[in-house]
Design a protein around this ligand. Structure first.
Ligand SMILES: C=CC1=C(C)c2cc3[nH]c(cc4nc(cc5[nH]c(cc1n2)c(C)c5CCC(=O)O)C(CCC(=O)O)=C4C)c(C)c3C=C
Ligand SMILES: [Fe+2]
Length: 435
């Protein structure tokens, strides 16, 4: 459909630029220097445009690859995670949506507006293809990671999309753990979307636009915004702190450790299972409310004993510096220097059959409750090669024995199969639907 309303000068030129896929930031900057007509001219040829394009590209994370971005990508500062329930019963509509999502994610990750018309250069009588609130922002290291929940494959005995036989055995229903206070409205979902960026508006824009594209085929079941990373996933990053004030992520798996990632994060043919998951991973999400006010009335001695590390440096209580390995055998006058029921003692690989996980969680705050207590905590995210061996046993032990458990309440939960990365011309989950 062609435009029927009067257009501002230069609009056609802008539309042409849009169809080439303009970078959000370069268009904004150029427009700011003297109107859209000039913007088109600048885009067409000046070195300024080239510089801006380069700048936008410099904080873009590659979308295509063997694995999806947003797993080993250095953890960004902000997150918006959304779980979707699929509302269509038509498999072709579902795959069409995944194709449209793939194109949209590819554009947003590169710092471009979605679609040929973007936010302003499309059909004047139709809703824009991009909502526009990120139009003057750079890519901000946006990554969007997509996974599939158990209910996509089978729900209440129904094989909804002819996928039941393709559900990986590792995509289990997580068991109930002691102390769980899970809320249905914060748990589960057919599809998960994890959008991470260094600018909150870019992450929120990504989820909002995917929800808009999904209209009539899927709807948001729950979503969570996280505002501060609680882990480092690269040895180049400093260790951040969680809302209890402790360094979190010290002993995390790092993206530089390819061997550990191969063993503990990526699904491989060697494990057997569904071939469409090779190169993928499993995302465990737990919304863990932290009893902030109780913690804040707890002595520093007790806080450190609960974690098993010092608050200032994050060093193990057995001595050394932040990255010194804890010595669980070293005794003090009252028993082990790192208490046996401390979080670190119970989570350490030596106590869990050698398993490790890639933690990628975020702090969250959702205001205060009716008693004036902060509704805040850790939105725990971990990527593992098999949740049956790499998450369930550890969580079961912690729920029963971890001194930290007294200060926590798990209120949301989800487990999702994250397929491998998308090759050029492919779409998210293609191997599941087309093999
Ligand atoms: C089941 C897995 C885990 C949950 C759930 C979990 C929740 C949780 N953790 C902290 C704070 C810290 N965790 C730390 C280390 C740590 N935690 C887990 C696993 C879970 N944590 C692991 C595997 C590890 C690493 C253990 C090791 O190898 O030494 C630390 C210490 C610093 C660090 O290494 O990251 C802190 C602090 C909170 C507050 C929390 C729930 C809200
Ligand atoms: Fe932990």
């Amino acid at each position: 459909m062609s435009r029927t309303s009067p257009q501002p000068a230069g609009k056609d030129a802008e539309a042409a630029a849009g169809r080439r896929g303009f970078s959000r930031r370069s268009l904004f900057t150029a427009a700011g220097t003297g109107g859209l007509g000039l913007a088109a001219g600048v885009l067409a040829g000046s070195s300024l445009a080239g510089a801006r394009e380069a700048q936008a590209a410099s904080d873009a994370v590659a979308f295509h690859g063997a694995h999806q971005a947003g797993i080993t990508t250095p953890a960004q500062d902000r997150m918006h995670m959304a779980a979707f329930d699929v509302t269509t019963t038509d498999r072709d509509e579902l795959t069409a949506m995944l194709r449209e999502w793939t194109a949209a994610i590819e554009a947003m990750a590169a710092g471009r507006e979605i679609g040929a018309g973007g936010a302003t250069a499309g059909d004047y009588e139709a809703p824009p293809e991009d909502t526009g609130e990120a139009s003057d922002l750079s890519a901000s290291h946006l990554t969007v990671t997509v996974g599939f929940g158990r209910t996509l494959f089978e729900q209440e005995g129904r094989d909804r999309f002819g996928l039941a036989a393709r559900r990986p055995a590792a995509l289990i229903e997580l068991p109930h753990f002691p102390g769980d206070a899970l809320e249905e409205s914060r748990s589960g979902g057919d599809i998960i979307v994890q959008a991470c960026a260094d600018d909150p508006q870019v992450a929120v824009h990504a989820v909002r636009n995917l929800a808009r594209i999904a209209f009539g085929r899927a709807r948001v079941r729950w979503s969570q915004i996280g505002f501060g990373r609680t882990s480092s996933t690269s040895s180049a990053q400093t260790t951040p702190r969680n809302l209890f004030g402790f360094k979190d992520g010290t002993a995390n798996l790092k993206s530089e450790d390819a061997e550990a990632l191969a063993g503990h994060v990526w699904v491989s043919g060697a494990q057997g299972g569904e071939a469409w998951m090779n190169g993928g991973s499993y995302l465990v999400a737990r919304r863990i409310r932290m009893h902030i006010e109780t913690w804040d009335r707890t002595s520093l001695r007790e806080q450190e004993a609960v974690i098993g590390r010092t608050k200032r440096e994050g060093s193990p209580l057995s001595g050394g510096k932040e990255f010194t390995a804890p010595d669980f055998a070293l005794q003090g006058s009252d028993g082990p220097l790192v208490p046996a029921d401390s979080h670190v003692a119970l989570a350490h690989p030596s106590r869990n059959g050698g398993v490790q996980m890639l933690r990628r969680g975020f702090n969250y705050t959702d205001g205060s409750d009716s008693l004036g207590r902060l509704d805040a905590g850790l939105f725990f995210i971990a990527f593992v090669s098999d949740p049956r061996t790499h998450y369930v046993p550890m969580q079961a032990t912690m729920a029963r024995r971890d001194a930290l458990a007294e200060y926590l309440r798990h209120t949301g939960s989800g487990l999702f199969a994250v397929p491998p990365g998308v090759p050029e011309g492919g779409y998210l989950g293609q191997g599941l639907f087309e093999a």
